[in-house]
Design a protein around this ligand. Structure first.
Ligand SMILES: Nc1ncnc2c1ncn2[C@@H]1O[C@H](COP(=O)(O)OP(=O)(O)OP(=O)(O)O)[C@@H](O)[C@H]1O
Ligand SMILES: Nc1ncnc2c1ncn2[C@@H]1O[C@H](COP(=O)(O)OP(=O)(O)OP(=O)(O)O)[C@@H](O)[C@H]1O
Ligand SMILES: [Mg+2]
Ligand SMILES: [Mg+2]
Lengths: 256, 256
């Protein structure tokens, strides 16, 4: 069986996709078989691994619609041990589907349950919204990992995300945990960064990862080459940080 | 009559809210009466001007639902000439409303038409999605202003945004223009920034604003004080850039 992590935060641009790609790649590099699922109609996790737009390719929406078995949409990547279930723009249709209450929210869980035994970790990248796609990811997940920029607007969104977490636990997924809060694009030189980080540590305590991800332009360059950071520039601060994060996630899993 | 600008880009974190607040404030400072409309359930534009969460306050959702006249939800701000129509978390309900086709998309236009004569500019902040809220803003707007980070994932989203623009023109708003593409959080020291900027200029040509917004931590600090940048730190590079942008938008309006 595997551990399913939803990478979620409705605030835009906080590093959800960068974290999903590079945590998944770092787990694979540690010989932990990992699947990355692109649940965002923007498809940034797919293109960031070199899977450009291809309407003919099997994808998550076709699997959710039960047009294909999920396994038919799982692709190997350049990195051994890392597989991808690519997204598509059509995913935006999930938000407008008028299926019966109770079915709408559990489509992704049904799909991922057929894949759980093939991977040790399944990492789901979510869109910047508390919409039906993100809801599906929270219902399917064992835990959520929350990337967080240490800036004012990011603080604002925390309570809304926690309220959503409570209602998902109450209605569909009582064992959903917080895997951790990850400080991303962190610049310890600014007062703003330090103050917001202090505020978040006071609020989340132990659930803040020891690893922080620094702002590092190599992380922003890597997706244009279709590679995770550890294949693009292994010696960069960005690569080191995500390898460190993978170690923390693995240690957390072993101690459970 | 006034010019309505929708600040739109489905890519998250590109500076939509920062641009909406500071362009609106800079226009007001140039003695051009301006209304800022917060059309994002995150309500960052509202809190960035000091209007924290207040379920009892009149807001855009109540106006869209025709529970109150729009004018009852227009509030003066600390800056003379700048008014705010605040958002609310309840806006997320707009995406799930099952009103008749054709009505769902034109709710915001109906509301803003009652306010057009009171302001020279109406600036609408949008959420990071091509959802019904953003669609409402594009139907109501005269033009869209697209903040763009000069990074790889931002490039990916351009074609999707342009396709949405075409379908809005065809179905509801034939005269919708592109006001311009604005480079935000721009760091000319990085190759990535310069290369993507070159790519965007080749694609959009004249429609790229001459003004670019540099990365400037003062812009990220200002909202935690509930102030636009020109009231928080008028001498900062961020304040200068947005005042410059306002001049460009005014000149563009006068030459139309
Ligand atoms: N630590 C970092 N250092 C430098 N750049 C980064 C870092 N993390 C992410 N970026 C860049 O910042 C931008 C936003 O990151 P990303 O797209 O991963 O965020 P997101 O939360 O997935 O956005 P969205 O809300 O649109 O899904 C991207 O251009 C990315 O390359
Ligand atoms: N030029 C800039 N320099 C430094 N920081 C900036 C700049 N522009 C925006 N920011 C900061 O970057 C973050 C993202 O900006 P902002 O929230 O305005 O983007 P957005 O597109 O509105 O995000 P969302 O997609 O969540 O609505 C915020 O914390 C903001 O304070
Ligand atoms: Mg993303
Ligand atoms: Mg915003």
């Amino acid at each position: 069986p595997s551990r399913i992590l939803a990478i979620t935060n409705q605030k835009g641009g906080v590093g959800k996709t960068t974290t999903a790609i590079n945590l998944a790649a770092s787990l694979a590099a540690a010989e932990v078989p990992t699947l990355l699922v692109d649940c965002d109609p923007q498809c940034n996790a797919s293109s960031g691994l070199g899977f450009g737009r291809d309407p003919a390719r099997a994808n998550l929406y076709a699997a959710l619609r039960e047009e294909i078995p999920a396994r038919a949409a799982v692709f190997p990547t350049e990195l051994e041990g890392l597989s991808l279930l690519p997204g598509t723009r059509d995913l935006v249709g999930v938000n407008f589907d008028l299926q019966a209450e109770g079915e709408r929210e559990t489509q992704l869980r049904r799909v991922l349950d057929t894949l759980r035994d093939d991977f040790a970790f399944i990492i789901v990248d979510c869109p910047p919204a508390l919409d039906l796609l993100t809801l599906n990811a929270l219902v399917a997940a064992d835990a959520l990992l929350v990337p967080m920029q240490c800036e004012y607007f990011a603080l604002e969104g925390v309570s809304q995300l926690m309220e959503t977490l409570e209602s998902v636990r109450a209605a569909w997924n009582p064992t959903l945990e917080i895997e951790g809060v990850l400080f991303t694009q962190y610049d310890e030189r600014t007062n703003l960064g330090r103050q917001v980080a202090e505020n978040l540590r006071a609020h989340f305590g132990e659930r803040v990862f020891k690893t922080t991800i620094p702002r590092n332009v190599r992380l922003a360059e890597a997706p244009s080459h279709g590679k995770p950071i550890l294949l693009y520039d292994l010696r960069s601060r960005g690569a080191e940080a995500y390898l460190q994060l993978a170690k923390e996630v693995i240690a957390h899993e072993q101690s459970r």
